[in-house]
Every structure is written in C-alpha cells, then in structure tokens.
Design a binder for this molecule. Structure first.
Ligand SMILES: *Cc1c(COP(=O)(O)O)cnc(C)c1O
Length: 428
C-alpha cells in the first residue's frame, strides 16, 4: 500500500462502530430504582419510559419488553393470531403460512416468523434506500397472492419506501409488522418510523441510537393489542387470585433497571441523531473524489437517524474478493479495493467497521426459502436465476460492495479524518 498510510499509527482508544453514550441521568434513574427497591419487571421507570416513547413517536401505547427481538416476536404472533386464529399450545400462529420479509437485514427481523412456524419469503432490496423493494413486493404478491403478512425493516436508520409498501399491502389486504429497531427517531413524511405498521417494534440494544444495555418496545394505537402483548409478556396470567393460564406465555417484560437507563437516554435522542448526522456528512465530504457512494436516503421525504454510516464501492473500483462460508479472501489491486480489505485495514488501526448485513436468502439457515426480486426472478420460482447462475440481486450486490463505517457519535472530527485517510489509502 502507498506512502499515504506510513505516518498513521493505530488509535490508542478503539474507534467503535457504535457504542453506548451515557450522560449521567441514566445512573440517576437506576439509583432511584435501587432506592425504592423496584428491582423487578415493573416500576416507575418502566411506566415513565413507556409514556415518553409513546409521546415521542406519536402512538397511543408503548409496551416495554426485554429486547427488540421479543417485541418483534409478539408483534408477529399477534399478527398471526389475528389472521389465522389462536393456535394449540404446542403450535405457532403461522403454521407453514408464507410471510414476506425484508431480505437484507439482521436475522432478528425474520426469526420470529420461524418461532411462529411460518415460512419467510424474502423480498429483494432496492438501491434508493437499501430497504425492501416495493416492486419486488408487488411481484411476490403476484406469485403468492395468499400471503397476508409483511415484515419490513428500516436499515441503518434510513426509512424505507413505506408509503409504497403500504399501498401494495393494502391492495392485497396484508398486515405489516414494522421493524424500527435501527431507526428509532427517524421519520418519513413527518411521521416517525415505528408507527406505520399494524404492529411495530423498536430496540434499546447496546449499540442502537439510544440504549438501555438491552430492551425493546412494542408500539401500537390499539389498547387491545397493547393489553394482549403485556399479558403474553408476563407469562399470560389471567385475572385470577392464583396463576391461571388460558394460553402460552413468555417472560419478556422490561426490567425497571434497564428502563431507568432508557429513561435517562430519552432526552439525548435528538443530540445523538445530530452527532450521527455530522459523522455521515463528514464521511460524505471526506470521500469526495473516491469511486464510492454513501448509503443513500430520500432527502425530500425522510429524516434518517443516521445510526450507521455506510460506504458502497463503485463496481469498477472493486478488487477481487471471495467470501466463503466463514472466511474472506481478496487480491489487492492498484486503484481498487473491497470491503474485506477496508475492514481488515481499519482493524489494523484499531477501528471497527462491519460488513453490510448478509442477505437472509444467502444464509445457510434460510437456503430453502423462496426469494423474489423486482423482475419477478429469484429462487423458488420456475425462472430461478440462482439455478441458472445469472447476475447478482440488489441485496447480494450491496453485501459484496458495501460496508458499515465506524459511526460512533463520540468519534472526534480529527479521529474521523484519520479513518478517512486510512480508507483513502486502501485505494492506492
Ligand atoms: C437490533 C435489531 C433487532 C433486535 O433487537 P434486540 O433488542 O437486539 O433484540 C431487530 N431488528 C433489527 C434490524 C436490528 O438491528
């Protein structure tokens, strides 16, 4: 590699992808829980944080749960029960039913479909926002008109084309589970993500825009749905003097300690978003002249929370890169690079990046599930391109050429300039 890098030394303190940012209020509310001895899954912090979040996003009810995945699970279960009725105690609500799901996402988005015995059908990604492609969704309904549920995520804090997705779903009478785990605080046409779906989930996991160390919430305007989720999350106890159970339950409630941390974080959500936006803008400026683009968003209609800044390398600036099941390989080429080279180089300098989410249709666990692209091709259909060895789908292409950059809101402009220099050096 070129001389550009020779004067750079590794960071003394690691530059993280996205680490928690505490302000002091969090400790205060945790201490408050200790003082009042509410060391359990109920208490003032939970009540307060449920109120704060519902007010912030503009929904009627927020139910505090143990994590985003639990929130998605109960959202999917509730959707399944509404669509197909209450199952036997040993069965999921979806029983082999197909569910359309975002393809390029964290597996927590789609695993709840499996928990409920459904079959995920993966919908390809569009290149304008890196989220579910409305055209591919429309094709999927043409192929599988019986489908009644769609699980859609907003990746990296960038709202997807949720209006178009909703229009398609309305046309086919399908319900939406919205995974806003990464996009808390982001809005589309003035409305917060996490309020578009029939059932909605957010996350307070350790690396999200604000955190409780863990935790999540189910968001809804329906009192019945909120009550149902609350009941399921507390082992489905009936209103009786003893432990009376009419349906299967879960221990999914949020802890009052974790709620204390989230309560202390809420006043800083917008500050975090502003800092993350600065990080994104600095990268954009710093990469001028390189054969790369940043993760795109619809500037006219949406306000992302800029949770992670991502980079996409132009096709003709990609060096050779091969990814096996567990190990990558690449061959450096002058003027070119690849995500593997950039990630390995960042790690060498003590900075953390990450590959783009590997699409679900490429995951061994979901290798038999159908997959639909915008031109109606994919897998599981008669014209399956994968069997014919044809060109990559959008998700596979973004995974091949994209990466998540160190996006910590505590990273200084000076540190970020060094990151930019390191990445520039990879192209030499
Ligand atoms: C983090 C995340 C989840 C899960 O949230 P947890 O609180 O970690 O369970 C779900 N979906 C997406 C897209 C996420 O990034």
């Amino acid at each position: 590699m070129g001389d550009k890098m020779s004067n750079i030394v590794p960071f003394k303190n690691k530059i993280w992808l996205s680490s928690p940012t505490m302000h002091g209020d969090e400790q205060k509310w945790v201490t408050d829980a200790f003082a009042k001895n509410w060391i359990t899954t109920s208490g003032e912090n939970i009540n307060e944080v449920e109120k704060l979040v519902a007010e912030y996003v503009g929904c009627k009810y927020a139910v505090g749960l143990s994590c985003g995945t639990a929130s998605l699970h109960l959202a999917v279960k509730l959707a399944g029960e509404k669509l197909y009725g209450q199952p036997k105690p040993n069965q999921g609500t979806l029983q082999g039913k197909k569910v359309f799901c975002s393809d390029m996402t964290f597996d927590a988005t789609v695993n709840p479909v499996a928990y409920e015995d459904g079959e995920a059908v993966f919908i390809d990604t569009e290149s304008d926002t890196w989220n579910m492609c409305p055209k591919a969704l429309e094709k999927a309904f043409e192929l599988y008109p019986e489908v009644k549920l769609v699980v859609v995520a907003h990746l990296y804090g960038v709202p997807g084309k949720i209006d178009e997705i909703k229009t398609v779903c309305d046309k086919y009478g399908a319900l939406i589970v919205e995974d806003a785990a990464e996009s808390f605080g982001a809005s589309y046409k003035g409305r917060q993500t996490g309020t578009f779906g029939d059932f909605n989930a957010i996350s307070f996991n350790g690396n999200k825009i604000i955190t409780g160390s863990s935790g999540g919430m189910f968001l809804t305007d329906s009192k019945d749905d909120a009550d149902k989720v609350r009941k399921w999350s507390t082992q489905s106890r009936e209103a009786a003097p003893w432990y009376q159970h009419e349906e299967v339950g879960y221990n999914y409630r949020m802890s009052n300690i974790i709620a204390g941390i989230v309560r202390g974080q809420m006043p800083y959500l917008e500050e975090h978003i502003a800092q993350k936006k600065d990080v994104y803008e600095r990268y954009k400026e710093g990469f001028k002249g390189l054969p790369v683009t940043m993760n795109p968003y619809d500037a006219e209609n949406s306000k992302p929370n800029f949770w992670l800044s991502c980079l996409l390398i132009d096709k003709d600036a990609m060096c050779q890169q091969v990814r096996g099941e567990n190990q990558p390989m690449y061959i450096h080429d002058t003027g070119k690079t690849c995500p593997t080279e950039i990630l390995e180089t960042l790690a060498k300098y003590n900075a953390e990046g990450r590959p783009i989410w590997k699409p679900m249709h490429m995951q061994p666990i979901y290798r038999m599930n159908p997959f639909v692209t915008a031109n109606g091709n994919g897998r599981g259909q008669s014209n399956a391109y994968i069997d014919r060895g044809e060109s990559l789908d959008v998700g596979a292409d973004l995974f091949e050429r994209g990466l998540c950059l160190p996006s910590d809101n505590k990273m200084t402009a000076e540190e970020q300039n060094i990151i930019i220099q390191i990445i520039r050096g990879c192209f030499v």
